[in-house]
Design a protein around this ligand. Structure first.
Ligand code: ADP
Ligand code: ADP
Ligand code: ZN
Length: 215
């Protein structure tokens, strides 16, 4: 069993790399952002509470997030391990995660900080798009499909862009990262599980750095 956290601001490459690790390690990616977007799309109570906060680029309340993730890591597909993408994002979330894992006799194996420059994140986020059919991630400049308009993975021809992936919201999200999420880096440093990779490298080079850690 391997349990990982990918830490980094919006655009750092967490989702891109989590999908690759999911395939290579046979463990599941758990993205709280994806879970919240599914709640919004389903029109649930949780989605109704989260929607405006997400559109403004703020953080959804810890109670909601902890509730979503605690149910999720109980599920069967997590038994070989999981990659947390976008969680934890605050100190209370990190503490709640530790408590949840301790209860099951589990722990985190690696917490990996993806180090990037903020200025580059605006271009990454505003150029991001996703296959509507299989969820594969792309970028207008950095990761185009091999054939324009056709998903490499599934052949799908419909793509989506996130409502919050605009330059203005990215700045709020970067602010939230530095104020509320970056403090958890030292929390994991103290636990002795923190590693870091150069997230400014090309996508394949980042994957290599990650493989060297999780090997
Ligand atoms: P996050 O999940 O951390 O917000 P993503 O993995 O969605 O970030 O990446 C944001 C965008 O940047 C995507 O469009 C992705 O294709 C692109 N991207 C990811 N990693 C890199 C990289 N190392 N270099 C250039 N572009 C990247
Ligand atoms: P990013 O590409 O910025 O890493 P995510 O998909 O992880 O985006 O998150 C999108 C939005 O969902 C965030 O801006 C925030 O409003 C909300 N969100 C996701 N995960 C969390 C979390 N762990 N705690 C609080 N809010 C969250
Ligand atoms: Zn696809």
């Amino acid at each position: 069993m391997t349990n990982l956290i990918l830490l980094g601001p919006p655009g750092a490459g967490k989702g891109t790399q989590a999908k690759r690790l999911e395939d290579s390690l046979g463990i599941v990616q758990l993205s709280t952002g994806d879970m919240l977007r599914a709640e919004v799309a389903a029109g649930s109570d949780v989605g109704a509470k989260a929607k405006a906060v997400m559109e403004a680029g703020g953080l959804v309340s810890d109670d909601i997030i902890i509730d979503i993730i605690s149910g999720r890591i109980e599920q069967d597909d997590c038994k070989n391990g999981f990659i947390l993408d976008g969680f934890p994002r605050t100190t209370p979330q990190a503490e709640a995660l530790d408590a949840m894992l301790a209860e099951k006799g589990l722990g985190m194996d690696h917490v990996i900080e993806m180090q990037v420059d903020d200025e580059a994140m605006v271009e990454r986020i505003t150029g991001r798009f996703t296959c509507a059919q299989c969820g594969a991630g792309y970028h207008d400049t950095f990761q185009r499909p091999k054939v324009d308009g056709v998903c490499d993975k599934c052949g799908g021809t419909e793509f989506t862009r996130r409502a919050d992936d605009n330059a203005e919201t990215v700045r709020s999200r970067l602010g939230a990262y530095h104020e509320q999420t970056a403090p958890i880096i030292s929390y994991y440093e103290k636990q002795g599980v923190l590693k870091s990779v150069d997230g400014m490298a090309a996508i394949d080079a980042v994957t290599e750095q990650l493989n060297a850690i999780v090997g």
